[in-house]
Design a protein. Structure first.
Length: 434
C-alpha cells in the first residue's frame, strides 16, 4: 500500500472504537432540539450528521481538519515558484488530518498521474451529447458512466467484509479524482473549442495539469489550485456534500454518489450561484455603459435590484456571520495579480456598498460576500469566459471533500441515512395549532 493508504488505515483503526463507544454507551443521549421552522425549512441547523473532515465556524469560516483556510494555504507544500499549495496535499490532509511533507505530496502526485487515463467510452459519452447541453449535465453523466470501473462493486459482489468497505472505496476515490480534470477539460474542448483538446502532461501536478489542458498560461495553474482548494468541502450538510453522503450511505459506489453530488451542485441556490454572480455583474456593466460607477450610482443600482424583488448574488450565507474567508483568499489574489481588472473594480466597490445596504434593509442575517462573489471574476480575467462552465470547476474541488467523507463513512460503518417524515396535520398538533 502507498504511504497515504497505510497512514489512513492506522487512522481508521484508531477511530473506530470511538464511534462504537458513542453508539453503545451514549446512543440514547439527546444532544439537540428541533423546531417547527427547522422541520419545514430544509432541516437547517439540525445537528444530525457527523464529519471530521471540515467544520463551518460562523466567525472563522470553514476549517479543514481543524485548520482555518489561511492556515491551510500557509502550511501545505507548494510547487517551486507557486503561490498556491498542491491540491494533492489538501487531499492528503482531508483524509488523514495531517499536513503532508514534500515527499508525501510527491507520492500522491505520482499516484494520481498513474490513475488519470480515461476509458475510451467516456469520450464517446461526452461526444454523444447534443450541442448547447449544460456542461454540468455532461459532467454528471460522464462520471456516472465510469460506474462500471468501480473496484468497490467488484469486491462487494465477490463477498466483502464490511470492515474493509473503505479500502476499495479509497481506490475508487483515488481513481475518480485523478480523472476529473481530464473529464472536465474534454467537456470544455467539446463545447467551446470545436473538440480540439490538449493532452494531459503526466509530469505536472493536479492544478498545473488542469491549467495545461485548458490551454491557459501561468498563473492559471495557481488559480486552479486555489479554486479547487477553497471549494473542496463545507461540512456535510450543504446540498452537494449531503447528496453525496446520502447516496453513498446506500452503498452505492463513489461514481454514482459523485454524479448525484454534481447534480445537487448544479442548482442555482448552490454551486450555480457563481455564474449567476457573473451574469449579474455583466448586466450591471452593460447598464453602466462599461464604465465603473461611482459609489452613489452603485448604491442606487443595488437598491433598484433589491426593490425589484431580487437578491444581490454573491452576498449572504446560511451559517457565516462575516466575510467568507474563501472570498478573502480570492480577493487577495486579485489584488496581487489583477488589480486593474474592470470586473474586479466592480467587485471591490460592491464589497464597500452592499453590506451596509443589506443591514439597512434588515433581511439578511449575514450581509457579507461569500465565495461566489469573487470566483467567476478570476476565471473571466484569465480567458475562461464561458461562465456556465464554472460550476464544473466547483465540482472538481467539491469532490475532494465529498470523497474524503465517503471513505471515512465506509471506514466507520455509518448507517443508511433514513430520516422520518411527518404530515402537516401531525406537525400542527405537535406545535399546538390543533
Amino acid at each position: 500500500m502507498s504511504d497515504l493508504k497505510n497512514l489512513l488505515y492506522d487512522k481508521i483503526e484508531a477511530h473506530r472504537p470511538r464511534v462504537t463507544n458513542l453508539l453503545k454507551n451514549y446512543g440514547d443521549k439527546k444532544v439537540a432540539d428541533v423546531t417547527v421552522a427547522q422541520i419545514i425549512q430544509g432541516m437547517r441547523g439540525i445537528k444530525s450528521l457527523v464529519t471530521d473532515i471540515s467544520y463551518l465556524d460562523p466567525n472563522e469560516g470553514i476549517r479543514y481538519r481543524g485548520y482555518t483556510l489561511p492556515e491551510v494555504f500557509e502550511k501545505l507544500p507548494k510547487a517551486p515558484g507557486a503561490e498556491m499549495p498542491y491540491v494533492e496535499g489538501l487531499y492528503y490532509l482531508l483524509l488523514t488530518g495531517e499536513v503532508p511533507s514534500d515527499s508525501q505530496v510527491a507520492d500522491v502526485i505520482n499516484d494520481f498521474s498513474n490513475r488519470r487515463i480515461l476509458p475510451r467510452y467516456v469520450y464517446e459519452v461526452v461526444d454523444s451529447f447534443p450541442c448547447c447541453s449544460h456542461p454540468m449535465a455532461i459532467f454528471s453523466s460522464a462520471i456516472m458512466t465510469m460506474q462500471r470501473e468501480s473496484f468497490f462493486n467488484k469486491k462487494y459482489n465477490a463477498g466483502l467484509n464490511k470492515m474493509d468497505y473503505w479500502d476499495s472505496t479509497y481506490e475508487d476515490s483515488m481513481n475518480l479524482i485523478a480523472k476529473l480534470p481530464e473529464v472536465a477539460a474534454y467537456i470544455y474542448a467539446k463545447l467551446y473549442k470545436d473538440g480540439v483538446r490538449i493532452q494531459s502532461n503526466p509530469a505536472l501536478d493536479f492544478g498545473a495539469n488542469f491549467a495545461h489542458m485548458m490551454g491557459i498560461d501561468k498563473p492559471y495553474d495557481d488559480v486552479s489550485r486555489m479554486y479547487f482548494i477553497v471549494h473542496a468541502d463545507h461540512e456535510s450538510g450543504n446540498v452537494s456534500a449531503h447528496t453525496g453522503h446520502l447516496v453513498a450511505s446506500s452503498l452505492s459506489d463513489v461514481y454514482l454518489a459523485t454524479s448525484a453530488m454534481v447534480n445537487g451542485l448544479a442548482g442555482p441556490l448552490h454551486g450555480l450561484a457563481n455564474q449567476e454572480v457573473l451574469r449579474w455583474l455583466m448586466e450591471m456593466r452593460e447598464k453602466m455603459g462599461g464604465q465603473l460607477p461611482n459609489e452613489d450610482e452603485m448604491k442606487q443600482f443595488v437598491w433598484d435590484t433589491l426593490n425589484s424583488g431580487q437578491v444581490i448574488p454573491g452576498f449572504g450565507h446560511a451559517v457565516l456571520r462575516k466575510t467568507d474567508p474563501r472570498y478573502q483568499i480570492q480577493h487577495d489574489f486579485c489584488v496581487k495579480n489583477l488589480p486593474d481588472d474592470d470586473l474586479f473594480q466592480y467587485v471591490k466597490l460592491l464589497y464597500k456598498v452592499v453590506p451596509p445596504i443589506l443591514v439597512e434593509q434588515g433581511k439578511a442575517k449575514n450581509p457579507w460576500p461569500n465565495v461566489d462573489a469573487q470566483s467567476g471574476v478570476i476565471q473571466w480575467h484569465y480567458g475562461l469566459t464561458e461562465f456556465d462552465f464554472y460550476t464544473v470547476l466547483f465540482g472538481i474541488g467539491r469532490s475532494l471533500g465529498v470523497l474524503s467523507n465517503i471513505v471515512w463513512d465506509r471506514a466507520l460503518g455509518y448507517s443508511l441515512e433514513r430520516p422520518k417524515s411527518i404530515t402537516t396535520d401531525m406537525l400542527e398538533k405537535m406545535a399546538g395549532v390543533k
